[in-house]
Design a binder for this molecule. Structure first.
Ligand code: AGP
Length: 612
């Protein structure tokens, strides 16, 4: 999964490409490159981040009005200069950038080798570049787009590609299947990108390519058809995207900035949706579809990673208050395991980016079975937002840190609103409790601000434990998914092995891990499970484990028992995840920093997983 950009017009292409790549770095950041028509066809590529590419290109001739660019997340071949895109065909006729996976690349490579082709990288993309060139050189009449079409007809897998041909230096050919591509329509100029964010500052008119579409972009116009050479109907969309702020402000890392933004982003997410007297929740995006939600016999919530954790909280909320059976599924499992999906099911897909390949595949499956599909999504105009029947945006603003923080609390805020609204419509909640919950939800941002004041204390706790090689996170009820999320945060940014568990499950296995080296983070506010969680803490202490407890402010009992405590304000138990997760995010952040890790761009990961 990678990011693609391209430009053809009268401006200088290079700065547009570099700025676009910075916007797309969330899709991968292990190498980057650009190809430009600059008298000849120039390729610049470098292992590392887009900033490393910039440093490499500085001082070199990077002029030209036509170019393509790429930021990579390695699938075939390790991150290296040689495996970076663009890939040039053996005779130097084509430069190709690619997002996706060519599944039959080994067979194609073998066939091309028989025709004398040699390969200089380990990538599937180089095979595609050579395949295009092979067809192109077969026939003098052949155009580059025809060669692309022919090559793609032999390919099994997913692709979003942009192609430059040295002998036709007035065009870019782009095509997609499975991997998104957007074409921005300017004034005698065209922009290409994997999502609309790099385009947003230049034009509001875009075409989202559909699978098997191929577009030929030239200074004086463009042609759109499909890879079988049939014309396709043109749908121009207007995007109204805010160009998200890519500035860290006073913070050292985007992750810390985003953790601190949460009081505001939670507020943004419910702004205009909670009525002032707490009597109503208004979800405009679900207005037309709400009767289907009320009639649903079952709700299936689907997501990956952090979004899946938010989905688990959604399950607890919807089952408790709206009394509709809910199943929560990993998208990667759901899409392949032949699930039973009925037309009266409502499927809710959760995704920050709206571009996660598994989640989109699950969406397509659910849709094909006739279910109503709803989205909870942060990125306006993303594939998920466009392809669901209806949905609710999270309004968390652009999230840059690979470790999701503010998107999670925004997703939980939306799920809370959906659960409560559904419960009210169905008459399954006492109106007084409903109003109490809505009022308390509106008070969460203020309580979140108070938790952020513990940052220094959490840093000191991190200093005590950052050398541990394992950690256990425990929680019960609404706070079990929070334990999972806390463990995921620690794993992904500090590379410390961490397990999240339902506290009651500890005695069924994980307790064997407990010794005096193991930090055990227990989410233990004073709720209905409190006594039981205290017993779990006793069990850890009896085995010399080190307990870091997240407690309700003023809880003196746990202060005595735990090695360290972090206080959070009292809240309704159903809303506690929105608060309890904040200290866990900060703890992971400080541990990762102390270990010298790149908090915003951890190794091996990408912000959005656009391949399976
Ligand atoms: C979260 O910290 C992770 N980086 C990851 O699990 C993420 O939540 C997952 O890949 C899903 O992404 P999405 O919400 O954009 O679909």
């Amino acid at each position: 999964m990678c990011g693609i950009v391209g430009y053809i017009g009268n401006r200088e292409a290079y700065p547009i490409l570099i700025n676009g790549l910075k916007r797309l770095e969330y899709r991968g950041y292990d190498s980057a490159g650009v190809a430009l028509f600059n008298g000849s066809l120039e390729n610049f590529k470098k292992k590392g981040k887009v900033s490393d590419l910039e440093a490499f290109v500085a001082g070199k001739n990077h002029g030209g009005n036509i170019g393509i660019g790429h930021t990579r997340w390695a699938t075939h071949g390790e991150p290296s200069d040689g495996n970076a895109h663009p890939h040039t065909s053996m005779n130097g006729v084509f430069s190709v950038v690619h997002n996706g996976i060519i599944e039959n690349y080994a067979r194609l490579k073998n066939d091309l080798s028989k025709h004398g082709y040699r390969f200089y990288s380990e990538t599937d993309t180089e095979v595609l570049a050579n395949l295009i060139e092979y067809f192109y050189l077969q026939n003098e009449e052949m155009t580059s787009e025809a060669a692309v079409q022919l090559a793609l007809s032999k390919v099994v897998g997913a692709y979003g590609i942009a192609v430059l041909c040295k002998r036709e230096n007035d065009k870019i050919v782009v095509a997609r299947k499975g991997s998104p591509l957007v074409v921005g329509l300017g004034n005698n100029e065209y922009f290409i990108a994997s999502d609309a964010s790099p385009i947003a500052g230049y034009t509001s008119q875009v075409i989202y390519l559909n699978d098997e579409d191929i577009a030929i972009l030239q200074h004086d116009g463009f042609t759109l058809k499909n890879v079988q050479n049939n014309p396709v109907s043109l749908k121009i969309s207007n995007i109204d995207l805010e160009i998200g702020n890519l500035d860290k402000g006073d913070f050292d890392y985007f992750m810390l900035k985003e953790i601190y933004e949460q009081p505001l982003t939670i507020e943004e997410t419910f702004r205009g949706r909670l009525q002032n007297d707490y009597s109503e929740i208004v979800l405009g995006g679900l207005l037309d579809i709400f009767p289907k939600l009320e009639a649903a016999e079952r709700i299936i919530i689907i997501g990956c990673g952090t979004s899946w954790h938010a989905g688990l909280i959604g399950e607890y909320l919807i089952e408790e208050y709206a009394q509709v059976p809910v199943e929560v599924e990993y998208a990667s499992e759901f899409r392949y395991r032949k699930p039973i999906i009925r037309s009266k099911d409502v499927v809710i897909l959760i995704s920050q980016s709206g571009e996660t390949a598994d989640t989109l595949a699950a969406l397509h499956l659910a849709k094909s079975k006739g279910a109503t599909v709803l989205g909870i999504c942060n990125v306006v105009g993303s594939s998920l937002a466009r392809e669901t029947d209806a949905g609710v945006y999270t309004h968390a603003g652009v999230e840059i840190g690979v470790a999701s923080t503010k998107a999670f609390t925004a997703q939980v805020t939306v799920l809370t609103m959906i659960a409560l609204k559904l419960a009210k419509q169905k008459g399954t909640i006492d109106l007084k409790e409903y109003e109490t919950l809505v009022k308390e939800l509106s008070e969460i941002p203020e309580k979140g601000r108070l938790i952020l004041e513990s940052n220094e204390k959490i840093k000191q706790i991190a200093e005590k434990y950052y050398e541990a090689t394992n950690a256990l996170y425990l929680g019960r009820g609404y706070l079990f998914p929070v334990a999972l999320e806390g463990a995921l945060k620690l794993k992904e940014i500090s590379y410390v092995h961490a397990e999240g568990y339902a506290a009651g499950e500890m005695k069924h296995g994980p307790i064997a891990l407990v010794d005096d080296n193991l930090p055990v983070v227990v989410v233990a506010p004073q709720d209905a499970y409190y006594e039981k969680v205290v017993s779990n803490i006793q069990e850890v202490k009896a085995r010399k484990g080190n307990v870091i407890a997240i407690v309700t402010e003023g809880d003196t009992g746990l202060k005595e028992l735990a090695n360290d405590v972090i206080e959070i304000p009292k809240s309704h138990p159903a809303l506690a995840p929105l608060l309890a997760v904040i200290p866990l995010q900060l703890l992971a952040y400080h541990i990762a920093l102390l270990k010298g890790c790149n908090v915003d761009q951890p190794r091996n990961l990408a912000k959005s997983v656009t391949v399976e």
